[in-house]
Design a protein around this ligand. Structure first.
Ligand SMILES: Cc1ncc(COP(=O)(O)O)c(C=O)c1O
Length: 415
């Protein structure tokens, strides 16, 4: 019996672990990865595929051609699904016009005008390529506007020096003191504060969280500090396009990214003219004006206005989370809001569930994201999850890979 189980185990392990790309990556990619939460250590190393070669809708394929239904959605970028035809067509059409031109283009204006339609309180936007850059720009704009240095932070805002210096281990970073960055939980908002930057919701969407944000809004107004909502994740994932609008709390600056161009690299920092042009400042990027991502963003926002309803996504996501959480809530559940969460509960149960889900062609990761194609496809996995849980409860599942380690962004959020 034992030998049958171990033969079965080694057969399954052999079937999935393909390290050829991983070994090549270790050799030529610094640290072996580009994105922290895509490292094999963040998943069940030894069982999960290390690389993917293709995505379509809510499905991805690994290097061996195995297909998975994907609940990571490119870390939340592919809100309308991988390779969305309409977005690709807009981007391709723009690409054929020259990619990066020597002066500004209508594409950036059209994308910024569309953003104003979705975020009526916004007057002006500056586009950048990544959430990290947009958060750094938000801080610069806030410091310029207030003439102050101190920044209070909660949550993850990318890898720039000031933010990373707040999180041990921040190897190679100067101390937080020299950059006047501190954690919001450690210091009050006061007359020295230039900005308070928060992810309005990480996973907690309770009435208490909303009350906390309202109080923070009042404190910032009282001390004339800029309130920055980093909606890189939450943006375009809630009814009304943002947590700020959903809660009715207006920040001074909003940062957007991830889903804004359905996977094309683009981020935005936006606010009222009095803030966005409230002082002289320098923020500049050669590639921010790349026409493909700007055309993709404009088309994605247009589709969200006309064809894809975030209220429907929210409702279906809530249904899925409820179904998932009814299976074995004491041991494994999704914490968060309907379109994004994290898997919480017993770490070993989570690792076993991830492993078996992966064998069954279901890709779960550190964050759970629910996108439009999943609205019709996701519910088919519930029966499989029930079956896996039944087998885990019966003691018939052993861990073949390594326990997943928290990615850096998660560590920041947990501190
Ligand atoms: C809330 C938040 N802000 C900022 C960032 C940084 O964005 P990027 O990875 O595009 O630099 C992230 C990335 O995950 C994020 O989740």
């Amino acid at each position: 019996m034992v030998s049958t189980v171990s033969t079965e185990s080694s057969r399954r392990k052999k079937a999935l672990t393909d390290y050829s790309l991983h070994h090549r990556a270790q050799d030529c990619i610094a640290q072996g990865y580009l994105t922290n939460s895509k490292r094999p250590q963040s998943l069940v190393k030894g069982v999960y595929p290390t690389h993917l070669t293709r995505g379509q809708g809510c499905y991805v394929w690994d290097a061996r051609g195995k297909k998975y239904i994907d609940f990571i959605t490119g870390l939340g970028t592919n809100l309308l699904g991988y390779a969305n035809d309409t977005v690709i067509a807009a981007a391709t059409n723009a690409l054929s016009k020259g990619i990066v031109l020597s002066l500004g283009t209508p594409y950036e204006i059209e994308a910024a005008e569309k953003l104003k339609e979705l975020f009526p309180w916004v007057d002006q936007t500056k586009f950048l390529k990544t959430g990290t850059e947009a958060c750094a720009a938000a801080i610069r704009i806030a410091r310029g506007k207030t003439g102050r240095l101190k920044v209070l932070s909660e949550g993850y805002h990318g890898w720039s020096e000031g933010f990373v210096s707040l999180t041990p281990p921040a190897i190679g970073c100067p101390s937080s003191g020299s950059l006047e960055f501190a954690l919001l939980k450690d210091q009050p908002v006061d007359s020295r504060t230039a900005a308070v930057i928060v992810e309005p919701v990480m996973t907690d969407i309770s009435a208490e969280r909303i009350a906390f944000l309202k109080k923070l809004r009042e404190e910032c107004t009282k001390h004339r500090a800029m309130l920055i909502f980093d909606e890189v994740i939450t943006g375009f994932r809630t009814p009304k396009y943002s947590m700020s609008a959903y809660f009715g709390i207006e920040p001074d600056i909003i940062v957007l990214g991830k889903a804004i161009a359905n996977g094309f690299p683009l981020a935005a920092v936006a606010g009222k003219r009095s803030v966005m042009e409230g002082s002289e400042y320098f923020v500049s990027s050669t590639y921010a004006g790349c026409v493909d991502a700007l055309a993709a963003a404009r088309r994605t926002m247009e589709l969200l206005q006309k064809n894809y309803k975030l209220d429907d996504l929210w409702a279906k996501g809530a249904e899925f989370v409820k179904d998932f959480n009814s299976i074995w809530p004491e041991m494994i559940r999704i914490d968060g809001y309907p379109t994004r969460g994290v898997f919480a509960g017993d770490p070993m149960t989570k690792a076993l569930l991830f492993q078996e889900a992966c064998f069954a062609g279901i890709l779960f990761g550190p964050s759970f994201f629910f996108n439009f194609p999943l609205m019709t496809e996701a519910f088919s996995v519930i029966g499989t999850i029930r079956d896996i849980v039944y087998r885990i409860k019966s003691g018939n599942v052993t861990l073949l890979g390594e326990m997943p380690a928290s990615p850096f962004a998660q560590k920041v959020r947990e501190q």
